[in-house]
Design a protein around this ligand. Sequence first.
Ligand code: MGP
Length: 237
Amino acid sequence: MSVTENIKVDTTHNQSDETYTTPINPLSPKEKSPVSNEQQEKENTVSKMQLSNDLTSPLEDSWSFWYFKNDRQCKWQDNLIQLATVSTVEYFWSVYNHIQVASRLGQGCDYFLFKTHIQPMWEDRINRSGGRWSLNLNKSQRATELDKYWLVTLLSLIGDQYTEDAEHVNGCVVSIRSKADRISIWTKDWKNTEVTKRIGSRFREVADIPRNIPLIFESHEDQESKRDATSKILFQA
Ligand code: MGP
């Protein structure tokens, strides 16, 4: 079975073909740069292995990839498309290698990776009291840093790097924005300040984020109710 056949694209959101084919159309190896060679090698390996979620390295949790297409004609939630659910290491790589790298997404688009039982939105019961730790990257970092930070962030989640706090980590998001790209980790309960701060420090540690780049934490509640362009920064790591 080819990798494409293996990806379960959820088309129930009534999107146009273009909407959900865009992120899963692989680029040619050359275009996929800066990580092309390494990625291509992996891709060759995974396609040879004909991977599926049935194979043998189960993840601690099952995770779903989502794509947000920035179509301003649609309501925010209608722009969210579930791409695939992964519960093994092998299938994670199969999916990761098959979708566009984040730096190639259009302005206003996002990828989300969330625990499968959690919808990647404020409205989900498990996100309601939560917030997000964010790493903001400027334009020049899109070509050089964004994909690297996004991959290590993904790996830290599926690889259970938040140990005893992992149950407080709901998912992560990469957002392509003209003002600044952003990688965020969504947590479950921002009022649990000890856990929240520990997740921020751990994010910095696992992603090897230099001290001069701030990590900021905002609650979803503030995000939802903010009137101007900014919401309250509750913590920094
Ligand atoms: P954003 O994509 O999180 O940030 O939210 P962006 O684009 O950097 O913009 P800024 O407002 O942070 O400067 C952008 C907008 O998308 C929000 O203002 C909401 O209108 C909508 N939105 C974002 N999220 C994560 C949600 C969500 O979970 N639920 C709903 N209903 N709308 C959301």
